[in-house]
Write a protein that binds this ligand. Structure first.
Ligand code: SF4
Ligand code: SF4
Length: 343
């Protein structure tokens, strides 16, 4: 096991394919929506985008319309079911693969605020380190925490067995937080007012409404007040509510409730490669996670159900221990290359 770790230690692993694909999707999706809009072959925004009768509808907007109108439309139910299936398969991937809010939020952040974000990640990793220490000091029986199993057990077979047990134990549920209250408020206000009130201030919708307002100005010479109102509200939200994703976003809240049931595409640590199984209190992967998750043992400030599949932790692990799938293709590729080189 140790030699296997050494073979990948300090070796530059290839960039995970998932990271490359995510970066491409980040550009392709908004570009495709705008091109379809300009070319007149599609319609809508990220709240409702599609072609003709086939459309993806924002799950929150769909729920709000049901609460607001009291009518259950089959098309809306199908749209919600599609989102549920996607969230069951890929968790909160929408948040880091498609949603325009994180990159815009970063764009409107000052250097000081970005530094604060890094400090917050470092603090979250520090908490993971403290929990690892508690586990190794107190032992499994005392704390019941999963990571201690990986630390205390030396034999590979026993470690694998313990790791399996820990996987069962560590399935932390998504906790209710301020975002879920915003979600309840969005649905409640829709029911009281009879229309989706939250959609008026949703930064996702406002982003695309702003883009559409500019498109109308450029394409049809239609200057409207939207050109002023939408960007102003959007910038105010992104600058005043900087922790939008973690504290306020009802779409993220909704997805996290469903994502709690996904186990297949979460980050998984190969215990034969992760140095924690040797007792090293490594927190490199936790330190880069923008969601303050511990992808290795779920000892972070936030549970794994909040994972947005950004792949940063996978890219950061110097041992290639993490992957979204059971087969770790990067390490396999590295091992093959090493074997060919030795021949
Ligand atoms: S960075 Fe890699 S070796 Fe370190 S704890 Fe995370 S998965 Fe394990
Ligand atoms: S656990 Fe990894 S993939 Fe998930 S949000 Fe954190 S860094 Fe991204």
């Amino acid at each position: 096991m140790a030699s296997e770790k050494k073979s990948v230690e300090h070796a530059k692993l290839p960039t995970p394919a998932v990271v490359k694909v995510r970066k491409a999707v980040r550009v392709i999706v908004p570009a495709a929506i705008l091109i379809a809009l300009v070319a007149g072959v599609g319609s809508g925004t990220l709240c409702s985008v599609g072609y003709d009768a086939i459309a993806y509808i924002c799950p929150l907007g769909a729920l709000e319309s049901i609460f607001g109108s009291g009518a259950v439309v089959v098309r809306v139910i199908i749209a919600i079911a599609a989102v549920v299936v996607i969230a069951l398969l890929f968790g909160k991937a929408f948040c880091s693969w498609v949603c325009p809010v994180p990159p815009l939020s970063s764009l409107f952040s000052s250097a000081k605020q970005r530094h604060k974000d890094k400090v917050a990640c470092a603090d979250a990793a520090k908490h993971v380190g403290e929990r690892l220490h508690e586990c190794s000091s107190a032992g499994c029986a005392a704390c019941g925490c999963c990571a201690s199993k990986a630390i205390e057990v030396n034999a590979d077979a026993a470690a694998a067995e313990q790791s399996e047990n820990s996987t069962k134990k560590k399935a932390r549920k998504s906790k209710l937080d301020s975002r879920h209250f915003v979600l309840a408020g969005a649905l409640g206000s829709a029911a009281i007012c009879g229309f989706p009130v939250f959609c008026l201030i949703c930064p996702i919708g406002l982003t695309f409404a702003t883009a559409i307002a500019f498109y109308r100005l450029a394409g049809f010479n239609e200057p409207t007040l939207d050109l002023l109102i939408f960007p102003v509200i959007l910038i105010l939200e992104l600058t005043l509510l900087r922790k939008w994703c973690h504290r306020f976003c009802p779409v993220g809240a909704l997805l996290s409730l469903i994502a709690g049931f996904n186990k297949t595409t979460r980050p998984k640590a190969d215990k034969s490669l992760c140095v924690r199984s040797d007792g090293t209190p490594c927190t490199i992967c936790s330190g880069v996670c923008p969601e303050h998750i511990d992808p290795c043992d779920d000892l972070g400030d936030r549970p794994l159900s909040e994972c947005t599949r950004c792949g940063k932790c996978i890219e950061s692990c110097p041992y290639g221990a993490l992957s979204f799938t059971k087969s770790n293709k990067r390490v396999e590729a590295k091992a093959t290359a090493t074997a060919v080189g030795e021949e």
